[in-house]
Design a protein around this ligand. Structure first.
Ligand code: FE2
Length: 185
């Protein structure tokens, strides 16, 4: 039975493990292997948003809800991450930096489709973009090995694929824009 407080406690304890990323991966895998239990605890998502379950300099645990067909441009985290889907779908495109490019541009390097119950770990330097490909909300547990909101990191312009400082406020506003579009429909 998923319980958010004990999940956060277990994630905090996992930080003491030698391989904390793998330890957290196991916790997220176990949680989303029973998606109905996560839904019972967190509730069926009703709005897109970045919902904090826990936040410290060492660990961020989010209940991240993607709007229908919402896409977030390529970005990195500068910390390890684990993503696990408890309702809906996530399509990830992975990117790599083009060597010696003056504008820090990226090129596509791979992709991973995530369905309900599935988990993926992302390494410290991974660059990804995320799309919710379905016409309803997608809910995912996102656990980060650091301060998701304060870390110095980058995003890449979706049209030109050039590198820029990550703009937390602008990206949080994208979730509200998605909600406004749904409200107006
Ligand atoms: Fe991300």
């Amino acid at each position: 039975m998923f319980d958010k407080d004990s999940f956060v406690s277990q994630c905090k304890n996992a930080l003491t493990e030698t391989d904390d990323h793998t330890a957290v991966r196991g916790l997220v895998e176990r949680a989303v292997s029973d998606p109905s239990s996560v839904l019972r605890e967190l509730g069926d998502p009703t709005r897109a948003g970045v919902n904090k379950l826990y936040h410290s300099p060492e660990l961020t645990v989010l209940n991240l809800v993607w709007g229908p067909q919402m896409t977030l441009m390529p970005h990195n985290h500068s910390m390890w991450t684990v993503v696990g889907i408890y309702t809906g779908r996530e399509d990830n495109i992975f990117w790599r930096k083009i060597k010696d490019d003056a504008n820090g541009r990226i090129e596509a390097a791979g992709a991973k489709a995530l369905s309900v119950g599935e988990t993926t770990p992302l390494g410290h330097d991974i660059i990804h973009s995320v799309t919710n490909p379905i016409p309803r909300l997608t809910g995912a547990l996102h656990v980060y090995g650091g301060d998701f909101f304060a870390a110095h990191r980058s995003e890449w312009d979706a049209e030109h694929l050039t590198e820029h400082p990550y703009d937390v406020e602008k990206n949080l506003a994208l979730f509200e824009k998605s909600n406004a579009t749904r409200d107006a429909a």
